[in-house]
Design a protein around this ligand. Structure first.
Ligand SMILES: [Zn+2]
Length: 432
């Protein structure tokens, strides 16, 4: 059993190579543990001459709670100056095992908060409250260790056969709540996906630059580019991965088709009633039923939908758009690629018929424009689950953070939570 009080204090504080100078214990305040580093004085890198201590400023660092109580390490640092004439500038000692340069938190607390926020998905504020620290202190540490964890690990991205691009809204900013977009770059596997990175904007520029910055062998290994129905992402794949077969993500095709009954409903409402939908209007009452998948409507639901459409949809436009959406969903029930191609060709032509409402004709044009990408899915059948799963993880991160103001915060938090970093490396990374 250890009985030496100095040694006991060192064991409890648990920091390597420090002397405990004392403890301040004031009720209702964080516990203050005063330390100094037990390290050799540095020598001049040029002449190996000695250095002398100019003064001893104190730096207060947020540490892990001690016995459930918020704790600060008060580090009496040495500000030194070389005795030789090589340099006359003073400098402050740095001991990364205690805290990173300019850090406001001990090294061990920085790694701990990164795990709590990044891996466990806790909010910055919740973790800050537990440490009795402010939000910025914790956020800075998560960024510093988190960036190192995701960006300094060459093995994180790994081999990817199918690369997916997906736009994600990361914040609404300013007076007009204008939308700030980002692009998720996803490695799509047969039944799971990995978030590889997030870049700003949803134009071709960000993802193109990201892809071009990857090693050539990695790019050559990509056989498929999975995309939503967006022109910019199509351009990304054409410009940077021309050899890859493009596949339209079924999730996005169905999602687009799903917007049509609603758009059509609003137009018909305006035309027949002269105003936007109101509570009692039959079409307005049908709005939820319209977006439901047909097989999820029970008999009663279907009867109700048809009744509402008869009452509020004199030319059958909304009913047509609803039907078109259902037919588009059925594209993905076809097994045979050849059959699927024939089906989509005919469907694209049918939907563009002059007699159909404008929303349906636009779906027909989309099918024609994206024909290759849509039917390519039947060759490989990447399910739509993976992209959706990543979207859901990102949504969770955004909800916990109550939205992100800065892109860098968003990127690191999304990658820590959904990018599957190698957490085994956390104890060894050098914070940025
Ligand atoms: Zn010197």
């Amino acid at each position: 059993m250890e009985t030496n009080p100095t040694r006991i204090a060192e064991i409890l504080v648990g920091l390597p190579a420090v002397n405990i100078l004392g403890v301040d214990d004031v009720d209702g305040e964080p516990l203050l543990i005063h330390i100094e580093a037990r390290v050799e004085r540095p020598r001049c890198p040029r002449c190996s001459g000695g250095a002398w201590v100019k003064d001893r400023p104190e730096v207060e660092l947020v540490d892990l709670p001690a016995f459930g109580r918020p704790t600060r390490i008060v580090w009496r640092k040495r500000r030194l100056i070389y005795a030789c004439e090589c340099s006359t500038a003073s400098f402050t000692e740095q001991v990364p095992t205690i805290a990173p340069p300019r850090g406001k938190m001990t090294d061990r607390a920085g790694r701990w908060v990164t795990y709590q926020v990044g891996k466990l998905g806790r909010s910055i504020q919740e973790v800050a409250d537990e440490l009795g620290a402010d939000w910025h202190t914790v956020n800075d540490a998560v960024l510093a260790y988190g960036t190192a964890l995701v960006d300094d690990d060459d093995g994180r991205i790994g081999e990817v056969a199918a690369l997916g691009l997906d736009e994600t809204l990361f914040v609404r900013k300013g007076k007009w709540r204008s939308k700030n977009w980002s692009t998720s770059i996803v490695g799509v596997g047969a039944d799971e996906a990995r978030l590889l990175d997030v870049v700003e904007g949803r134009s071709a520029k960000g993802p193109s630059e990201w892809i071009e910055a990857q090693p050539k062998e990695w790019r050559d290994g990509i056989c498929f580019g999975v995309l939503d129905l967006s022109g910019p992402y199509r351009k990304v794949f054409e410009d940077t991965l021309a050899h890859a077969t493009q596949i339209a993500d079924p999730f996005h095709v169905v999602k687009l088709a799903n917007t049509k009954p609603d758009a059509c409903r609003r137009r018909v409402q305006n035309e027949t009633l002269g105003h936007r939908g109101q509570k009692a209007d039959p079409l307005y009452r049908a709005r939820r039923l319209l977006t439901k998948a047909h097989e999820r409507l029970d008999e009663k639901g279907e009867a109700k939908l048809m009744g509402l459409l008869r009452a509020g949809d004199p030319h059958g436009d909304v009913r047509m758009a609803w039907h078109a959406k259902e037919v588009i969903r059925s594209i993905y029930e076809i097994d045979d690629p050849q059959l699927a191609a024939t089906f989509v060709t005919e469907l694209a032509a049918d939907l563009q018929d002059d007699s159909f409402p404008v929303e349906v004709r636009s779906l027909g044009r989309t099918l024609r424009r994206w024909f290759d990408q849509i039917v390519a899915w039947h060759q490989v059948r990447y399910s739509n689950g993976p992209t959706e799963a990543i979207n859901n993880l990102i949504k969770r991160v955004k909800r916990i953070a109550l939205g992100f103001r800065r892109f860098r915060n968003y990127r690191i938090r999304a990658l820590l939570y959904a990018g599957r970093p190698n957490w085994d490396l956390l104890p060894t990374v050098t914070p940025r």
